[in-house]
Design a protein around this ligand. Structure first.
Ligand code: NI
Length: 234
């Protein structure tokens, strides 16, 4: 399931982040994006990113995770168990990221390897921190069984997609593409089960809005929770 989640950040939050990120760029704090990928990814990844351990990445990442807690659509779709700290990347001057798949298990920063906090990457998130008209190219292209999907969203919006999918970022031929990206482990491992729960939850919300709480909507809510209870790994 590929899902667009609008307005995760306010325009004011986006502006504040961009100012801080641009200042860090001027100060020379960004590094080669190959710092955080394996051998295969390193061959096709051409961008820059803020170092994972930098205080600025941690500070801005906390704002993003806090904003996600206030976004019910995100919670309904992702059913998150744990997150890796958000990271920040920038593409300009033809930079791109060729077709790749995200590593299946990642370790939290500072975790001892092996044995530190490991996270299975079920879902990948890209949160846009620039407007589509500010740059040419830079589409996130996600391939699934229905073909390829191009994603380029307004600043403050997020795309959620299965980490199991092949994806790439098209070359940025004008301006700069600045985004946050991060991974999460869901309480529901399988994409098909998570998609079914999302659909059920959304339909229950619509029925409650139309009918109020009645015997049937209460019962359906029970069905939803009992399915989560059957499938959740917590
Ligand atoms: Ni990726």
């Amino acid at each position: 399931m590929l899902l667009h989640i609008p307005n995760v950040l306010t325009q004011e939050q986006v502006r504040g982040m961009r100012t801080a990120l641009d200042q860090a760029l001027d100060a020379g704090s960004w590094v080669d994006g190959r710092a955080s990928v394996g051998d295969q990814g390193a061959k096709v990844k051409h961008n820059r990113q803020l170092p994972e351990h930098s205080p600025l990445a941690q500070q801005l990442g906390a704002v993003i995770l806090d904003a996600l807690k206030k976004t019910p659509l995100f919670f309904s779709a992702a059913l998150p168990l744990r997150f890796l700290p958000p990271m920040f990347n920038r593409y300009e001057g033809g930079e791109h990221y060729g077709m790749h798949v995200d590593g299946s298990v990642r370790y939290a920063p500072n975790a001892a390897f092996p044995g530190g906090l490991a996270l299975r990457t079920d879902l990948s998130c890209t949160l846009f921190l620039c407007e589509p008209e500010d740059y040419d190219g830079g589409e996130l292209i996600v391939a699934d069984t229905y073909g390829e999907h191009e994603v380029k969203l307004p600043a403050g919006d997020l795309i959620l997609y299965p980490s199991s999918s092949l994806h790439r970022v098209a070359p940025v031929t004008r301006g700069a593409r600045v985004c946050s990206f991060f991974w999460l482990q869901s309480m529901i491992r399988e994409d098909s089960k998570r998609a079914l729960l999302f659909e059920l939850d959304q339909n229950i919300q619509k029925l409650r809005a139309r009918l109020g709480d009645c015997e049937e909507t209460v019962s359906l809510t029970g069905n939803y929770h009992n399915l989560v209870r059957l499938w959740a790994e917590v």
